[in-house]
Design a protein around this ligand. Structure first.
Ligand code: CP
Length: 318
């Protein structure tokens, strides 16, 4: 049973994950008709509290909330009183005074979502939309939904599925949430990166590690490429972008080496020409745009479950 907040994939057990994926699928069927809106969260207020830039996550949470008929307030630190020095506490209490039922927070500090949830400053449900290099749980959920959509025989678990997570694992909250979720569902996970971009603690993650992308590729059902997060790099982690691309970039040659029937994922935003070539990003193996579409349904499911929607069978167009 999901808790009050969604801060980490560790807040969910395997049954919770399957239930969210099933709910997303049902919501997709119900809201796919002429009227895309469901009345589920009418009268509820959902706040997008974004202290860091976002395209996909912010827009898809807004779209998800609106498709469930909630009122949405978009708060971005840029252009708000945060730039005048207002604290997280004062910002949160302002949102509380506005009657927020759920706060979706993205912040550059790892632990910011937990801090907000534990603070007692607000009574709203808190959803982590990415905190520093820590976690991005709804990204992992939408990725699992996308994997299940492409491998329907892995509907109730990923035992037998091999996923390679490639690139800047050190700075990636997407990688951390995906490792937790993929292992929870029984997948085999291999991290593929230069040693400098593998976190020290990864040896405790129950994953394999490879420093050779070419060797790993023929075994991979799913290749999950990660963005090189230059904005979080204070040091040099590889000799040059060209050298990184040569060893760890996905290009047309490597695309042909992947296991037959495999898919390519990327959470976005993509650095085309660095970790992924344009022809790989736009290839038939690429499910990047499916990931974006599935983000709306998966986030609808999370909002639905956290805020207690009526049984799905009673839903009708708003
Ligand atoms: N995948 C992801 O979190 O993208 P945004 O930064 O655009 O939200």
């Amino acid at each position: 049973m999901m808790k009050t907040h969604l801060l980490s994939i560790n807040d969910l057990d395997r049954a919770d994950v399957i239930s969210i994926l099933d709910t997303a699928e049902e919501l997709g069927k119900i809201s796919d008709g002429a009227s895309k809106k469901l009345p589920t969260l009418r009268g509820r207020t959902i706040v997008n509290l974004f202290f860091e830039d976002s395209t996909r996550t912010r827009i898809s949470f807004e779209s998800a909330a609106k498709r469930l008929s909630a009122d949405v307030i978009n708060f971005s630190a840029k252009g708000s009183s945060v730039s005048k020095g207002e604290s997280l506490k004062d910002t949160a209490q302002t949102l509380q005074a506005m009657g927020a039922d759920a706060v979706i927070i993205r912040h550059s500090a790892s632990g910011a979502a937990q801090r907000l949830a534990d603070s007692g400053w607000i009574s709203a449900a808190v959803i982590n939309a990415g905190d520093g290099t820590h976690e991005h749980p709804t990204q992992a959920l939408l990725d699992a939904y996308t994997i299940r959509q492409n491998f329907p025989h892995f509907r109730n678990g990923f035992e037998g599925l091999h996923v390679g997570i490639v690139g800047d694992i050190l700075h990636s909250r997407v990688a951390r949430s995906n490792v937790l979720l993929l292992k929870k569902l029984g997948a085999k996970v291999t991290l593929i990166a230069p040693p400098t971009l593998i976190p020290v603690g990864a040896s405790t993650w129950d994953v394999e590690v490879s420093y050779n992308f070419d060797d790993a590729l023929p075994e991979l059902d799913v290749v999950m490429m990660l963005r090189i997060q230059s904005e979080r790099m204070q040091n040099s982690f590889f000799p040059s972008e060209r050298e990184y691309s040569r060893q760890f970039g996905l290009d047309a040659r490597r695309l042909k080496m992947q296991k037959s029937g495999g898919i390519v994922m990327h959470p976005g935003p993509m650095n085309r020409g660095l970790e992924i070539s344009a022809d790989s990003a736009d290839s038939l193996q690429s499910v990047v745009l499916q990931q974006v579409s599935n983000g709306v349904l998966t986030r609808m499911a999370v909002l639905y479950q956290l805020l207690g929607g009526a049984p799905l069978t009673q839903q009708a167009g708003a």
